[in-house]
Structures are given as C-alpha cells and as structure tokens.
Design a protein around this ligand. Sequence first.
Ligand code: SF4
Ligand code: SF4
Ligand code: SF4
Length: 524
Amino acid sequence: MHRLSWLKAVRVAVSMLFFLSVGLIFIDLVQWIPVKIINAITWTQYAPSLISFFTSPGFAAAGFILFTILTLLLGRVYCSSVCPLGTFQDIIYRMGRRFFKQKPLKYSKPKNILRYTVLVAVIISFISGTSLLLSLLDPYSNFGRITGDIFRPAFQFVSNSLAAVLERQDIFWLARKDLKGIHTSSVVFASGFLFLVVIMSFSRGRLFCNTLCPVGALLSIFSRGSRLRIVLDKSSCNSCGQCSKVCKAQCIDIKSKEVDFTRCVACFNCLSACPSDGVLYSSRKSTPYIPEDEKLQASSGKRRTILKAILLTTAFTSVKAFATRLKGGEKPTEIPEDKKLVATPPGSGSHEHFNLFCTACHLCVSACPTQVLQPSFLQYGLHGLMQPYMDYHSGFCNFECTLCAEICPADAIKIVKPEQKKRVQLGVAHFIEKNCVVYTDNTACGACSEHCPTKAVNMVPYKNGLTIPEVNDKICIGCGACEYACPTRPYRSIFVEGNAVHQLADEPVQEKIELQKTTEDFPF
Ligand code: SF4
Ligand code: SF4
Ligand code: SF4
C-alpha cells in the first residue's frame, strides 16, 4: 500500500462531512440547526465567500482566503473535499461504476478555451452588474437549489405522510409542515441542472468541474502555483495506466507521463491505485524525474434557536389560522394588484445590491420560518432569475425575525439589528377600496389592520357604522402581513409595492396605555 494512501481516506471523510452538513442545512425541515452552525458551514463555500471578501471583509470572507491559500499549497483540495457538488458528482460516478458497469476513465485533452471563457464571462457579467451567470453555474448555489427545491419537498412529503400514519396511532412525534417552496420554475431549473450534472459525471467523473464550473476554473489558475502536486515518477512508472483509470479529472496522460495539475481535483485516488509507487504527491520543485530517496473536519445556543423558531412559527401560524378563518367576499375581486416591484428581504438594501450579490443558493428560502421568501421566476427580470423575493401570498416578514440576514453567506442580505429591522421599509402597502369586503359586501373585516405590526393600516369610519382601512405610508414597513391576511380573492384588497431602495420608516406611534388607578385589592 502507498504510504500516502491515508490522504484518500481523509479526503473521503472530510468530503462526506461537508456534503452531509451542507445538505442538512438546506433540508433542516424542523429548523433545529443553530444559525452559528449554519454560518460555520457556509463560510467555507468559495463563491459566496469570495463575494463577501470584496463587499464586507470579515468572517464570511475567511473561506475564500483559506481555500485560496490551501490551493496554493496543496492543489484543488476545495474541489475534492469541501464543495458539496463535487462530492455529489463523485457519488454519481461511483454509482455509475457500481450499478451500470461503466468503463474505466482515460485521459482527455483539456477544454481550456471553454472553462476560461466561462470564467471570464462570469467575471465580466458580475462586474457589469448581473450575477445571473454566477448563480446559474456556482456549484454551491446549484447544490443548494437541488437540495432545497427538489429533495427538501420530497423529504417533507415523506415526513408529512409518516406523521399522518403516526397520528392515526395517536403518536404525535412528527409535526406536519405546510411546504410552499415548490415553484415550478425553480424545480425545473434545479432539475435541469441536476440532469446535466448527472449526465456529465456518470461516465466522465469531474467533467463539470473542468469545463463549466467557474470556481473550478479560478482554482485551477491558483493551483498552477501549488507547492505540492501529483506527479508521475518516470523511473518507477511502468505505464500500466492504473492511475489514469481512476483519475476523475481525466488529467493523467500516461503516454507522456505528465499530470495536468490545473485539472487535478486532489482526490488522491491515483496514489493508492499505482502498483509500483510511481505516483507522487510532492513539492513542485520535484520534477517527474524524482530520485528514489525522495518518493515520498451548543447546547444553550441551540435551545435559544429552537425557542426562537417555535415562537416565530407560532406567530406565523396564528396569522395563517386567522387568514384561513376569514372568508373572502362573496364575489371574486376584479381589480388586479398592480405590483410593479416586488420587495427584497430586509437587509438587502436595494434591488440593485440584492440582484448583484445574491447567488440564488436558496438557503434563506429554506430557512425563512414564514416561507415568505420564494424563488423568483421573472419578478426581477431575467438578470434576477431564481433569486428569492418576498411573496406575500405565501407568507409575511415576521416583525422580530432577522434570520435570512444572519445566514446569507453571500452578503446579499446584510445583518440588521432587530430594532433597526423594525423600521426598514421594504415597500409600502396600497389599498384597493373596490376589492375590500367592507366595500363589496358591506360587512366588517379589518384583518389587515389587526395584523399590521406598526399599525400603519388603521381602520377609519366608513358607512353604516363600519370601518375601512387607511394606510399611513410613513410608518408602513412593507412586511406584507396585511396582504397575507387579506381574505379577498383572486386579488387582494391590499398589497405591498416594493421599494427599489429600502427606506427608513418613521417610528410607529406608541399608544399610551392608561393604567387605571385603583385602590381595590385583588378580587380574589
Ligand atoms: S439572499 Fe438567500 S438565496 Fe441569495 S445568496 Fe443569500 S441566502 Fe442565498
Ligand atoms: S426577516 Fe422576514 S424574510 Fe427574513 S427570514 Fe425572517 S421572516 Fe423571512
Ligand atoms: S383590505 Fe383589510 S379590511 Fe379590506 S378585505 Fe383586505 S384585510 Fe379586510
């Protein structure tokens, strides 16, 4: 056995750790994973960390620095061990070999024009103000969308079915969850990418990593200067080609006994495959002519997060129950909500900032306790394809919550303190009187006002002793609680028009609570 065979064992262990942990944070159906742990996992992801490095250098940017340095020292270890999409490709390739008897791999010529053209196109499009190409090709974001948009609903379906079976036996271990995150467009995109990656990796290993992946192309440039690299020891190599047959990057050319290290994903399969110790992982000074003698991966914090999730979910459920209890008007509404701009999450600042920095990984979509964040189709236009938007028909932004900002790894949603967030105006509510049940059915309602956290929607005297909503746009924060609670269909009578640039709402008017003076003792 090769003396460096342990490197492959370490790589497999580390890659499974990252693959399972990144997968789990996107599938965390009960939202038990504390924010700190989510952040500790996502900071390792190269593309979002690279964006953070240029926008707000801090903890989230450390992943970019660390893996750039590691690439300069050890080669593309990020690709072999940290990137979840990389490990996913390895799993598909392995299944192909095990169950479908795929042929062994062999050397293929580099597709440098393609991979560097893709990298340049991603950089140019990002600099010119759109992250569409990056979000379409970034491996972490694609893995997030595959896990969050395809596997998560599937897991929830199984979980809800199991919960229903258990409930019939009076066992209530599993809570059912209403899953709204199934959007045809995002499922189609995630499935399309999944299909592409499965086809590419099934018989060609890491073909995606060395052709279409912008992170792989960037790291391949850094790996040119790598201190340690895989090389063939020409004096020991007997040209049997065993190393080349297990090389997922198809970068070992047995004829010339050269290794294209820019394509090597540091999986270390070749080290143990060689029967004559002819593969070395050695200092770059070593040439293929190496002399013989030189062969050489929180308990109180967790409780707080669980409590916070329960409180937020309870608040959401109560508005939802209220909205369900209320019946819409007898007649369908006729005036469409003329929404020109959707709202972006609190902390994103503006459409421009959000559309530029969001890589559409959908981590916030998976994590949002009220499920107001949903993947967009063309709500932002083509340049913001799949980026999340505030869908107030699915939920509303909880007044106390700042979760999406806490977990966004790409700095697309910046951290806002809860007190600040309560005044960030994402948009402004607009009232359509002719849709409102008070107008159409001459009956009392007020769901919008009841759920408005700042009391920007106020019920004012109308006719026949009824009251009708009136919006104070200075204190409205555009959270969407009114739109979500409004019972009229198909069009709501009150909707939020997003702000292109978030504004600061006025302090809500505090109602003075007059404490009645009493001299009486407790009545019991
Ligand atoms: S805003 Fe949401 S989808 Fe976009 S990068 Fe941040 S967490 Fe991912
Ligand atoms: S702040 Fe609003 S949009 Fe963000 S996670 Fe919380 S409820 Fe969802
Ligand atoms: S706008 Fe307000 S009062 Fe009118 S139907 Fe909608 S929730 Fe009820």
